[in-house]
Write a protein that binds this ligand. Structure first.
Ligand code: PLP
Length: 459
């Protein structure tokens, strides 16, 4: 057995040889050869890398570090819970911290979404939501009503089921996914709408896409529509005003359930506990969330179901029936303790109000980026932003040659002390929600300089 030492080079070697990372790129370095930068310490919005550089965490971890790093109160709450009761089987037992957290989430969820099913993260939350929809329709004697309508460029997770519902082309090509269950709607990105088409006409077309899909599949087969309020990792696509409301109306008309995937948008990212109701005026049937649920301090997700759905499956219909899906770590007490403390801090420190207060400044600085020649579109809402770049200024058609611009921008920004999340010809950022206006300025100043350096290098 290898003896643990503190020689840093050992860790680098073990990282390459033993740690199979998600999204491991095989093309450039070969499997397990990526030279990753290590970080051992972080505080607030800053990560300190192995070279001692202080870097603003532009992506906020993986869109999850709402309260930033080094929050001693959450760490203490988790430690106390681990000492008191580290684990409790969600299958056969109950414990107060998990029940209290379920209640706290239900109190903040829209409408009658009161049934909180805990999972281990976002993928398992969406997976559970879909399995519940199928389960319910089986109980209601509608075994054919199973198809799930999803959207191009959506991301719903990394399990077989949720990857099958995800529409980011770059992530689908080397895997097998279910070809029967999903039905993909075309791109909802207004930036890519045909030249001369108004936003209103584009909106009409997108809503018609959904209705036509339901008609094509048949309402007896179409079970649910799943959508991120703001489509996140697929390029921060903000829908035209009224989109979700009209889609919900279409769903209701045809008895199709509406699943709002708030894994990114939930827990403060857009200035509210959930974006569905407050920003988009809808009460969906199911909401999925994760990430900000514990501010990234513990792995946890939740699928929140409406009381209406539960009524459907109560009584005679569910005699001797079990919802036989679950996880050893559902409702884990240590994660629940992190989540409860997270909510307490959000409310005590006015985090949602803070996000709403700094959002106009963040979005103003984001939209000013459009003045840079490399940038062809900027999109964002709340504390989420994305710049889309093109070398040809014909952004619509140049995806191939522009595919690595995001990575170049990230590299140049990192030299200046800012991390961004590259995605093809885009760079995405979703900083910790505790970011101040002065730090937002630092971030966009570095981003501007990073884009300028990338432009000089690329053009
Ligand atoms: N749904 C959305 C909208 C996401 O953005 C993500 C992850 O980024 C997921 C689901 C999957 O969450 P997780 O990585 O926690 O499994």
């Amino acid at each position: 057995m290898t003896k643990l030492g503190n020689d840093f080079e050992n860790f680098k070697t073990w990282d390459k040889e033993n740690y199979f990372h998600p999204w491991e790129g095989l093309k450039v370095q070969g499997a397990g050869k990526a030279d990753r930068t290590f970080s051992e310490y972080a505080e607030g919005i800053y990560v300190y890398d192995e070279h001692g550089n202080k870097v603003i965490d532009g992506p906020g971890g993986m869109w999850c570090m709402q309260l930033g790093y080094g929050n001693a109160e959450i760490a203490d709450a988790m430690a106390a819970q681990a000492r008191k009761m580290a684990y409790c089987s969600p299958f056969s037992e109950a414990t107060s911290v998990s029940a209290e957290f379920a209640h706290a989430i239900a109190e903040r969820a829209p409408g009658d979404l009161n049934r909180v099913y805990f999972t281990t993260g976002g993928s398992t939350a969406v997976d559970t939501a879909i399995r519940f929809v199928h389960f319910r329709n089986n109980l209601l004697g509608k075994p054919a009503k199973k198809r799930i309508i999803t959207r191009a460029h959506a991301y719903h997770g990394g399990t077989y089921l949720t990857a099958s519902l995800s529409g980011k082309p770059s992530e689908r090509q080397w895997f097998d996914t279910d070809q029967v269950l999903p039905h993909f709607l075309p791109d909802v990105n207004a930036f890519r709408r045909p030249a001369g088409m108004s936003i209103e006409a584009f909106l009409d077309e997108k809503v018609a896409d959904l209705e036509n899909a339901i008609l094509e599949l048949g309402a007896d087969n179409a079970a649910a529509f799943i959508a991120e309020p703001v489509l996140g990792s697929g390029g921060v696509i903000v829908p035209p005003a009224g989109y979700h409301k009209r889609c919900l109306e279409v769903c209701r008309k045809h008895d199709v359930l509406y699943i709002s995937d708030e894994v990114v948008t939930g827990f403060g990212r857009l200035g509210h506990w959930f974006a569905s109701e407050e920003l988009f005026g809808i009460t969906p049937d199911i909401i999925t969330c994760a990430k900000g649920l514990t501010s990234g301090y513990a792995p946890m997700g939740a699928a929140i179901f409406s009381d209406r759905l539960f009524k459907d499956i109560e009584g005679d219909v569910s005699k001797d029936v079990y919802f036989t899906s679950g996880y050893t770590y559902s409702g884990h007490p240590v994660c629940a303790a992190a989540g409860l403390k997270n909510i307490e801090i959000f409310e005590r420190d006015g985090i949602l109000e803070h996000v709403r207060k700094v959002t106009p400044h963040f979005q103003k600085r984001l939209h000013q980026m459009l003045e840079l020649p490399l940038i062809v579109d900027v999109r964002g809402m709340g504390l989420v932003g994305c710049i889309e770049c093109s070398l040809t200024r014909e952004g619509q058609a140049s995806a191939g040659i522009d595919a690595t611009i995001g990575a170049v921008i990230d590299a140049r920004c990192q030299e200046l002390g800012l991390m961004v999340r590259p995605y093809g010809n885009m760079a995405i950022f979703s900083p910790p929600l505790v970011i101040t206006e002065a730090q937002i300025d630092d971030m966009f100043d570095m981003l501007t300089e990073g884009v300028q350096r990338a432009t000089r290098e690329l053009l």
